[in-house]
Design a protein around this ligand. Structure first.
Ligand code: FAD
Length: 311
């Protein structure tokens, strides 16, 4: 089986999520990559070094500068004429492109796969991760998104892929979407989905100021990424891209600290595979304690500063 993996990048480096998708693709067969964007020569060269890669298709065009899914999808579909499966990381970018590719190919998309059980068989979470389904595709082409935390990362070194330039279709006169602007959080912290330690705050923090004042010193001390429950994000205490859970990011760090988070099933869907879960909550009946390895029944406004001082 010939597979095509979408390379996620920021114009400079290949993102870690791609490496897990490459591992998943290698279980299906030969692995080719697609690097799309503007000025992507360096990214294509880095992609060609990823272990096990055959060909890196490099599409360098103004119309792809912001990697809008509406521009990427037709390019992927053209390359699928010579590939059997398309894999994208199950990130916001991948989740944006894959359904469009599936629709254009008139096939079903299998999302968030946890394992490859055969050429056409995958497992994926259902009911917010409360159960795992084994699914089999009967479509002529396979389109899947890959949960990064479920697969080891392919090595960034050791590959000797061949770089092949490909033409992007000319941008339509009336495109479905256009790039306006982007506001990126400027953070020196590790990326949430690949951090070894994650400190997450919930609604109990009460305000954006207290969210920062209480959690950031602890995160600094632990060199951790900061996450948030959806309630904290909806209340404006933390930006959207901090959200962990079913409709946020899926993380599986070495240590996950859930602070003032109740442990709703939709939150657990995004963090329950963490190696060690630490919970601080005033309510000893809070569901988070059912999955916590270490639980502290305490007021976070006292416990977190004390913990930070003692570390
Ligand atoms: P709460 O449930 O209000 O919990 C706050 C906790 O803080 C309580 O347990 C309380 O005992 C504790 N507390 C209060 N004061 C203190 C104190 N001083 N010290 C210590 N502890 C204290 N949620 C997500 O997080 N991520 C998602 O991706 C997500 N997706 C969703 C998708 C759908 C379709 C739906 C319906 C819901 C989704 N939710 C998601 C929302 C989810 O159901 C919960 O509402 C949310 O996770 C609750 O956030 P929370 O734990 O911060 O708040």
């Amino acid at each position: 089986m010939k597979t095509l993996v979408l390379v996620e990048h920021d114009g400079r480096a290949v993102r870690d999520a791609t490496l897990s998708a490459v591992t998943a693709a290698s279980r299906l067969g030969e692995v080719d990559l697609l690097v799309a964007g503007r000025g992507i020569e360096g990214v294509a060269q880095a992609a060609a070094k990823i272990a096990g890669v055959s060909t890196v298709f490099a599409a360098d065009a103004e119309s792809l500068a912001h990697q809008l899914p509406e521009a990427l999808a037709p390019l992927v579909v053209a390359l699928m004429a010579t590939h059997d499966a398309f894999l994208a990381p199950a990130t916001s970018e991948g989740r944006n492109v894959a359904p469009r590719v599936a629709a254009l190919l008139d096939v079903a998309q299998i999302s968030d796969v946890l394992s490859v059980e055969g050429e056409r068989r995958f497992t994926r979470p259902i009911y917010a991760g409360a159960a795992v389904a084994l699914v089999e595709s009967a479509d002529p082409k396979i389109v899947v998104t890959v949960r990064g935390t479920a697969f080891a990362k392919a090595s960034r070194e050791g590959g000797a892929g061949r770089i092949e330039p490909v033409e992007a279709a000319a941008a339509p006169a009336a495109p479905l979407s256009s790039f306006v602007s982007q506001a990126l959080s400027d953070s020196s912290r590790p990326e949430l989905t690949s951090a070894k330690v994650v400190v997450t705050g919930g609604r109990a923090l009460g305000s954006a100021e207290r969210f920062r004042e209480v959690l950031e010193p602890l995160a600094d001390r632990l060199k951790a990424a900061v996450g948030a429950s959806r309630a904290a994000v909806d209340a404006g205490y933390a930006p959207n891209d901090y959200q962990v859970g079913q409709t946020g990011k899926v993380v599986a760090p070495e240590v996950y600290l859930a602070i003032g988070v109740s442990g709703a099933i939709q939150h657990l869907a995004g963090m329950k595979d963490s190696k060690v879960i630490v919970a601080i909550n005033t309510d000893e009946e809070a569901p988070i304690f059912q999955i916590a390895d270490i639980g502290l029944v305490a007021d976070l406004f006292e416990a977190v500063p004390e913990l930070t001082r003692k570390l």
